[in-house]
Structure formats: C-alpha cells, structure tokens
Design a binder for this molecule. Structure first.
Ligand code: SF4
Ligand code: SF4
Length: 293
C-alpha cells in the first residue's frame, strides 16, 4: 500500500504526520520525501549511512553543422523547449522534459543526447532500520516533476524487492508537483488545521485530488485552536476524519526540537497507531467497493 500525506498548504504538519505514521507502521515500510524543493522528512527520521545518486535528464544538444533549420523538432516539442527564430534554432534545456521526441524526429542527426542535472536522490536508513528516500532538487532547477519521476522509479525498484508499504511525504499545494506525488498512492491523507486558511486549502486539495478516485481521509493538526468548520466540511463531503492532533504546548516544543510526535508519550503513540489502522481500513473498504462494483 502507498499512502501519500498531502495538504493544500504548507505548515499544516504534513511532515510531522508522515514521520509519526512511519514510526508506528506495523509492517516494513519505506519513507519517501517527495517534497523535493524543500525536503525535511529526514530532519525527523534522521537517516544514517546516506548514499547519494545524481539524477539527470536527457536533453538535446544541437550540432549546428548538420541542422537544416527544417523546424520539425520545434514543431514537435510541446514544452516550447526548442524554437526556430528566423535562421536560429534555440534550445531551452531548462524547459525540456526529456521525452526524446526531437531526437527521433530529426532526420539529419543534428540532435544528440546531452544531460541536465536535476538534483539527487538520497537513500539512508534510520537507527531503527527504516529506509528513507529523499529527492533533493538542484538549486536553480525550475521543474520538480522530472526529479520526482526519478524518485518514483527508485521507489518502485525498491518496493518490488523488499517493501509492500510506502509512506510518501508529498509537497504542499495542488500544483503539478503535488499531483505527481499522489499518482501512485492507494490512500491520500489530507493534513489540515482548524483555521480559515486550513479550510480553504483543504477544500482546494479535495477538489484537486478527487478526480483520481482514490480514498481520502483527513487529519486535523492543532485541533482546538480554531472552530469546527473542518469537521463540518468533512461531514458534508463524506470525508472520513481519521485523527485530531491536539493543540498543546508540549507538542509544539517536541516539534520544535525535531522530535517525532508519536514518540512524545503513550497518548500520542496510540493516536498514530489508531490513525495507521484507520488508513488501512480505508484502503480495505475501497478495495471491497471496487470488487463489488
Ligand atoms: S529537426 Fe533537426 S534539422 Fe530540423 S531544425 Fe531540428 S535539429 Fe535542425
Ligand atoms: S526532449 Fe522532448 S521536451 Fe525536450 S526538447 Fe526534445 S521534444 Fe522538447
């Protein structure tokens, strides 16, 4: 099972929930930080023996001597990464998605494969033996989905061999990176907070992820801080409310020291164990619905 922990906005406690869920998960689990622009799951899980693999994307390089300026490559590229301007063919490698179409369409052999560095994929293991994978985008790199694609490839390779379960800390928001990170998920957990901003962004996330048709559940962080509008929204949309993390000073202090919330005390551990069970139940119910359909 793959669980994506997402949120419509940053700062709701998504990574806190991911780290705690990882720490109470009953079966071997792989923790994946897909928030490649600002990865911080490792700050909670503290993996050791981290190995780093460079991630690159194949982008075209031009041999001007061979180019006849026919424009076929520019016409094909959906991402406007190649433009024919008068008698100049201009390549924009930062906009290239590495599909390789331009190389195939060039009958003159004027394009060959180059590489653009996307960032790195780091893999380590925590003190209690939980493997963690982190994508880290190169500073200045404009697009995160290609690096996320490399993380997903690596995740699938490890999953096939050793793991059935993966917990993904997804990027916040509802733009392309967030959508990419929930694609593989069996269950999407939406972490929010009881404020007008939390409700607004929860609504956006629900609207954005609903077309995937995956089971979704909600976790309220800092419960008790605001009003009950999140609960009302969940009930109106039939979104299961899976856990409420109370708004408490000791929780904030534990978080401020980089502590995993599930390790704070017995009550917190039970809260996250119950959350893990509810997530599994959500997936089982979704599978049963599919088999009865
Ligand atoms: S398809 Fe090849 S020959 Fe035609 S413009 Fe592109 S690089 Fe030049
Ligand atoms: S590899 Fe694909 S995305 Fe990149 S320039 Fe060629 S056609 Fe465009």
């Amino acid at each position: 099972m793959i669980i994506a922990v997402a949120s419509g906005k940053g700062g709701t406690g998504k990574t806190t929930v991911s780290a705690s869920l990882v720490s109470v998960w009953k079966r071997p689990v792989l923790a994946v930080d897909m928030d490649v622009e600002e990865p911080n799951l490792h700050l909670f899980l503290k993996p050791e023996s981290v190995s780093t693999e460079m991630a690159q994307l194949a982008v075209p390089l031009l041999d001007k001597e061979r180019c006849t300026l026919c424009g076929a490559c520019a016409e094909l590229c959906q991402f406007k990464a190649i433009s024919l301007l008068g008698k100049n063919l201009i390549l924009f490698p930062d906009m290239c998605h590495g599909c390789g179409g331009c190389l195939r369409v060039c009958s003159e052999g004027a394009l060959r494969k180059g590489q653009r560095e996307l960032g790195v994929v780091e893999t380590g293991i925590t003190a209690v033996g939980i493997p963690c994978m982190t994508g880290r985008l190169r500073i200045g790199e404009a697009m995160s989905p290609p690096l996320m694609g490399k993380v997903r490839q690596r995740m699938r390779a490890i999953m096939g061999k050793e793991f059935r379960d993966v917990i993904i800390d997804a990027p916040p928001g509802v733009s392309c990176p967030a959508m990419t990170s929930v694609q593989d998920a069996d269950v999407i957990l939406l972490v929010t907070e009881p404020t007008p901003f939390g409700l607004h962004d929860l609504r956006l996330a629900w609207q954005a992820f609903r077309p995937f048709g995956k089971p979704m559940g909600v976790v309220i962080n800092r419960a008790g801080l605001g009003d009950e509008k999140i609960q009302a929204f969940c009930s109106e949309k039939e979104l299961p409310l899976l856990a409420e993390i109370p708004f408490r000073r000791d929780i904030a202090e534990h978080y401020a020291h980089g502590g995993v919330l599930a390790c704070l005390d017995a009550g917190m551990r039970t809260l996250f164990e119950n959350l893990a069970e509810r997530v599994e139940r959500l997936e089982r119910m979704a599978l049963m619905e599919v088999s009865h359909a």
